[in-house]
Structures are given as C-alpha cells and as structure tokens.
Design a protein around this ligand. Structure first.
Ligand code: NAD
Ligand code: UFG
Length: 337
C-alpha cells in the first residue's frame, strides 16, 4: 500500500516523504514542479536510500490522477499541492482559486471514484485571521484576509461538506503555523524561487550575502519588542505530524482539525538574534512600515494534537535556525547548486 503525496517535490512535502520512507511506507508523488525542482526528490533518495514513484503533472489533470490511482495501490493522500504566495494571490485570485480549490475538488473526485477516502490536507493558521486572543484554539472563528487564505478556508468548508455527505471519508485538516528549518543532513530545505516572502528564508539569504539587509515590517505592534510574533515550527516536526495524522485516519476518525505549532511565539528580532548566533554573521536590518495584512502576534495552542495525535514539536529555536543555516550554507543557490 502507498500514500499519494501531491506537491511532494516542495518544501514540506519532501521532508514528509523522508519521514514516510524511514518508516517503510511506499510513496507516490505528483508534482507539476511549478514551485520546486526534481532535485529535491533526488536528495530525498540520497538521505533515505529509497526511491519514490514520481509523476510529473498537475492535480487538475483528472486523466493523470486516474492513471496514478489505477497504477498504484494507494490507501491515502497527503495533499500539499498548492500555491502559497499571499501577495500573488491578491494580484491573481483566479489562479489561486483554480489551483488550490478546483485542484482539491478534482483530487477528491478521483479519490472517491477509486473508493480511497483518506485525506490529509495542508491548511494554515492564516484561517484564524486576526485572532481575538492567544493562544489560538482550533475552535476559534475562521476568517481570511486574502485570496490565498480564502482558498484554504473554502477547501476546509468543502471537505466538511464532503464528509457530511459521505461519513466514510476520513479527513485531517492540519493548520500549520510558521514552518521553518531543514532536514538535519542539510540536503533538503526551503528553496524560494524569487525574493522570499517569508522571514526565515529572507534572513538566511542576508546571512549568505545574497541580500543586503532585512526589512523588518513594523516595530509598533503590541508585542514585547514591537515586532511581529509568530509560532515557528521545525519542518521535520511538521512532517512527523503528517505521519500521526495518517495513523489517526486509520481509526476512522471522520473529519478532524489540528493546529500544528509549538505554542511558543518569537518576535522578528528574536529570530534575527538566533540566526546571528547560528551563522556567526551579522544580519543587517532596517525597520520599515508594517506589511499590509500582517497581524501582530499569532501562536497556537497545540494541546489538541498532543492529546488526539500524540504529537508535539520536539525541535527548539536553535534547532530551527541551525538547520536553516546548514541548508543555506551548503546550498547557497538552493537546488540549482
Ligand atoms: P511548496 O511550494 O514548496 O510546495 C508545494 C508543491 O506543490 C510544489 O512542489 C509545487 O510545484 C506543487 N504544486 C503546486 N500546484 C500544483 C498543482 N496544481 N499540481 C501539482 N503540483 C502542484 O510549498 P510548501 O511550503 O511545501 O507548502 C505545502 C502546502 O502547505 C501548501 O498547500 C501550502 O499552502 C501549505 N502551507 C504552507 C505554509 C508555509 O509557510 N510553507 C504554511 C501553511 C500552509
Ligand atoms: N517579516 C519581516 N520581514 C520580512 C518577512 C517577514 O519583518 O521580510 C515579519 C512579518 O511581518 C511577520 C513575521 O516576519 O511578523 C513572519 O512573516 P512570514 O511572512 O514569514 O510569515 P506570516 O506569518 O506572515 O505568514 C506565513 C505564511 C502564510 C501562512 C501563515 C500561517 O506566509 O502563508 O504563515 O501559517 F498562512
């Protein structure tokens, strides 16, 4: 039996595949390589000495999905494939709704045709909008402030309706907080195509000399040092969370939703300091205006995942920044090195 990984050549997918292969699970990947390269999967092979079955193509391609389900004995899918750049989603909302929402619908239709009704979905803490209080519980009201966030929220609603219409579906919506870090080997990591939107890859590129300085978006939030606070979670912890979610599906859990975070928030300036220590480099920065749409602070209450999935993050901030720096310094140009 295999697990289908959509978007498996990407950042979180590649780390999850390593953990799956390490426990002896067969993996089938579909990825259109729109935001990744095949090199990540060849690195996965170097780490695990195991191979995945790879299909290059789009989840919107129903015929290809049918072929994949016909040719493999798939028992569940982990659905990472999606576009994730918030700014781009504001410029090109239809692209985001088509890829993220229609793509998920097509995947679910083909899964249903083949009687495979076990799904783990990559959701996001963005579905909490600007929370009224902290830490954030799964029961908090959902909202979204941009088309990317809306696409995640709409998919969550669609999956809830799907489960309601056919309770034999088992679906885990995992709401990731801020994934950072890289595999211990330094062989796989986050490899943004363009100028990084996210803090950690930006800081790493300043440390390696690719960018001159970091722009810190605002120092007037109601946080201890005024800069934005987030719940950074090591990507390997996140990957392990997916294995736990697959175990949960096997208990016929129905529709479940979990926060995957550490419960601990760090500010932008704390991240800068930690990265300076890891890299032994000075990170130059300027304080600039707030980024539109940003919130001051966001961190999870991860207790539900602890109790129901027996999952908790084990990597601390040093692990996150040290592994990021190892990946960045060993691969200054990412996978194109
Ligand atoms: P990523 O871009 O590295 O990986 C996504 C992968 O999906 C890429 O390899 C891309 O080529 C592929 N893909 C995109 N659209 C596709 C399509 N239509 N058909 C086939 N393949 C397609 O991103 P990631 O950081 O690994 O994120 C994985 C998932 O987690 C995404 O759905 C993202 O929205 C979600 N998520 C990410 C974060 C984060 O900060 N990284 C936070 C919350 C949620
Ligand atoms: N930040 C800067 N400068 C930068 C980049 C970020 O100061 O160049 C600050 C932001 O203002 C924020 C913090 O660093 O305070 C983290 O920003 P990120 O862009 O790394 O992460 P976000 O919390 O804004 O958003 C991320 C993903 C979203 C996802 C959300 C919750 O980009 O897609 O986490 O999972 F929805």
């Amino acid at each position: 039996m295999s697990v289908l990984i959509t978007g498996g050549a990407g950042y979180i997918g590649s780390h999850t595949i390593v953990e799956l292969l390490n426990i002896g699970t067969d993996v089938v990947v579909i990825d259109n390589l729109s935001n990744s390269s095949l090199e990540s999967l060849s690195r996965v092979k170097s780490i695990t000495a195991q191979q995945v079955t790879f299909y290059e193509g789009d989840i919107l391609d129903k015929a290809l999905l049918r072929k994949i389900f016909s040719e493999n004995n798939i028992e569940a899918a982990i659905h990472f494939a999606g576009l994730k750049a918030v700014g781009e989603s504001v410029e090109q909302p239809l692209k985001y709704y088509t890829n993220n929402v229609t793509g998920t619908i097509v995947l679910c239709e083909v899964m249903a045709e083949f009687g495979i009704k076990n799904l783990v979905f990559s959701s996001s803490a963005t579905v909490y909008g600007d929370p009224a209080s902290l830490p954030i519980l799964e029961s908090f009201p959902a909202s979204a402030t941009n088309p990317y966030g809306q696409s995640k929220l709409v998919v969550e609603y669609i999956l809830a309706d799907l489960h309601h219409s056919d309770p034999s579906w088992n679906i885990a919506c995992l709401r990731y907080f801020n994934p950072v870090g890289a595999h211990d080997s330094g062989l796989i990591g986050e490899d943004p195509n363009d100028i990084p939107n996210n803090l950690m890859p930006f800081i790493s590129q300043v440390a390696i000399g690719k960018r001159e300085k970091l722009m810190v978006f605002g120092d007037d939030y109601a946080t201890p040092d005024g800069t934005g606070v987030r719940d950074y979670i090591h990507v390997v912890d996140l990957a392990v969370g997916h294995l736990k979610a697959l175990d949960k599906l096997k208990t016929n859990c129905g529709l479940v939703t979990y926060n995957l975070g550490t419960g601990q928030g760090y500010s932008v300036l704390e991240m800068v300091k930690a990265f300076e220590k890891a890299s032994n480099k000075k990170i130059k920065y300027d304080i600039v205006a707030r980024r539109p749409g940003d919130i001051g602070a966001c961190y999870a209450d991860p207790k539900k995942a602890k109790i129901e999935l027996n999952w908790a993050a084990t990597h601390n901030l040093d692990d996150m920044v040290n592994s990021s720096w190892k990946w960045q310094s060993q691969n200054p140009k990412g996978y194109s090195d």
